[in-house]
Design a protein around this ligand. Sequence first.
Ligand code: ZN
Length: 149
Amino acid sequence: MNKNRLLAAAAVFMLLPFTAFADECELVIEGTDQMSFDKKKMSVPASCETVKVTLKHTGSMAKDMMGHNWVLTKTDDMQAIVKEGAAAGLDNNYLPEGDDRIIAATEVIGGGETSEVEFSTEGLAGEKLTFFCSFPGHSGMMKGRFEVK
Ligand code: ZN
């Protein structure tokens, strides 16, 4: 019994350093039924070659009512993507198809769902970047600064 506990504790200690290292490049953000993200700012060190962002919708409303996605663009491109995304509709995750101004985007999800996206940080260090939800009417509330530094 005691020996097993010791082994379990040792295993946790061995895993911790790896977990902490990976965490720097893996971010989690939550969206709610109150049309909000739980973060206004996200950042990763430039040493991350790729970043993984996981979006969790912690509410219960359906995606056609209170859907959320997590989209990353240069701050200057955001308004155009929001406008063109609204016209593209839910079937296209409220994003213009194949638009290379979109650096990264998850699909639109509803309450209880999770979606993730992984992308390269190449060329992003020092850029002015904004993350937002492109569901029509949401980006005023649901946006924030994203930094690679
Ligand atoms: Zn939204």
